[in-house]
Design a protein. Structure first.
Length: 158
């Protein structure tokens, strides 16, 4: 019987957008939101951060680490139909005047953040809210299961 143990590779250092996502998640946790990173919507689009609030509200946060990252993004409007509020998360050096009016703004770093501008609230229809909330729950559960059993692959169905 083979007694060898597979040792997972060392994780790569977090990218700038991942550091922003961590800081935003910490800040939103202080507002009683639970967050998951890189959640895939029913459309196949992947959001940087989705947050579920204490009253069931769903926020999408798109993290932009630099001007070039923002200018290359052509998919953010596809997120609007899948959340109650949409936010950009940027660091303090980001030129916030580039961001569209009528969207939320969170300024963050790897350790925390602050909501500077609330995105307008456009409540989801009940059926869509249920579907997104269930997808959020499955994503979170599969992520946790993957941490508890790292030798297995727990894929989501987009």
């Amino acid at each position: 019987m083979d007694q060898s143990v597979e040792i997972p590779p060392e994780p790569l250092p977090p990218m700038p957008g991942q550091k922003l996502a961590r800081g935003v998640a910490r800040a939103l946790r202080d507002l009683d939101f639970a967050c998951v990173e890189e959640m895939v919507l029913a459309t196949g689009l992947r959001v940087d951060l989705m947050a579920l609030g204490p009253r069931g509200e769903l926020w999408v946060i798109e993290c932009k680490s630099c001007r070039a990252d923002y200018r290359a993004d052509r998919k953010w409007q596809g997120y609007l139909d899948w959340c109650d509020r949409f936010f950009w998360a940027v660091d303090a050096d980001f030129p916030a005047e580039l961001l569209p009016e009528g969207t939320g703004l969170i300024v963050a770093d790897a350790w925390g953040g602050e909501v500077l501008r609330m995105g307008p609230e456009v409540p989801l229809a009940g059926a869509r809210r249920k579907a997104v909330t269930q997808r959020f729950a499955r994503h979170a559960a599969l992520r946790l299961q993957g941490l508890r059993d790292p030798g297995r692959v727990f894929a989501e169905n987009p």
